[in-house]
Design a protein around this ligand. Structure first.
Ligand SMILES: [Fe+2]
Length: 158
C-alpha cells in the first residue's frame, strides 16, 4: 500500500507540481492498519483506533489520514488531489501483498463481507466513490491505473 501510495504521490508531484506531501502519504500508508490486529479482538473501528494511537504519539497529520483510510468522507472531485484520497485509494489497490484493480479488490470484499444486502450496498457505495477518486487522480498522471506498479529499488552492477 505504501509503495502504491508513494508512486501516485510522486507522480502528482513530479508531473503536475501538485503540493502533495509525499513523505506524509508514505508514513500514513505504512501505518494505516496499525490497529488492525488489536481490533480483531476488540471489534473496535480500526481506522478510528489507529488514529487515536497515532495522535497519542503526537503524529496528528498521520492520524488524520489513517482515520480516513476506510471511509474517505467529504472530498472534492474538482480540487487538488489530497493526501487522504491517495492513502485511501492505495489501500483499495492492494489485496494481501498484490497490487490489484479496484474491481478485483471490491469483488473480493463483496464475497468476503457482503453476505447481508445492506453491507453489500455499503461496499458498492464505497466502490463508486473510489472509482471517482481514481478518475480524478489519473486525469492528472501520465500513466494509467493498470500501470501502477511499485518502483523496484535500483539494482547495482552484478
Ligand atoms: Fe485498514
Amino acid at each position: 500500500v505504501a509503495q502504491v501510495a508513494r508512486r501516485v504521490a510522486e507522480g502528482l508531484h513530479e508531473h503536475r507540481g501538485e503540493p502533495v506531501d509525499v513523505g506524509l502519504v508514505e508514513a500514513a500508508a505504512l501505518l494505516h492498519d496499525i490497529a488492525k490486529a488489536l481490533c480483531f479482538e476488540t471489534h473496535l473501528d480500526h481506522a478510528a483506533e489507529g488514529g487515536r494511537i497515532l495522535r497519542g504519539l503526537g503524529l496528528e497529520a498521520v492520524a488524520t489520514l489513517v482515520e480516513r483510510h476506510v471511509i474517505l468522507g467529504a472530498w472534492d472531485p474538482e480540487g487538488v488531489v489530497t493526501e487522504a484520497e491517495i492513502v485511501n485509494y492505495a489501500d483499495k489497490r492492494v489485496r494481501n501483498d498484490q497490487v490489484v484493480s479496484l474491481t478485483e479488490r471490491f469483488d473480493d470484499l463483496i464475497v468476503r463481507y457482503g453476505a447481508r444486502p445492506e453491507i453489500e450496498a455499503r461496499i458498492r457505495g464505497n466502490w463508486a466513490v473510489m472509482a471517482a477518486v481514481e478518475a480524478k487522480i489519473f486525469a492528472r498522471l501520465p500513466f494509467t491505473p493498470a500501470e501502477v506498479r511499485p518502483r523496484r529499488p535500483a539494482r547495482g552492477p552484478r
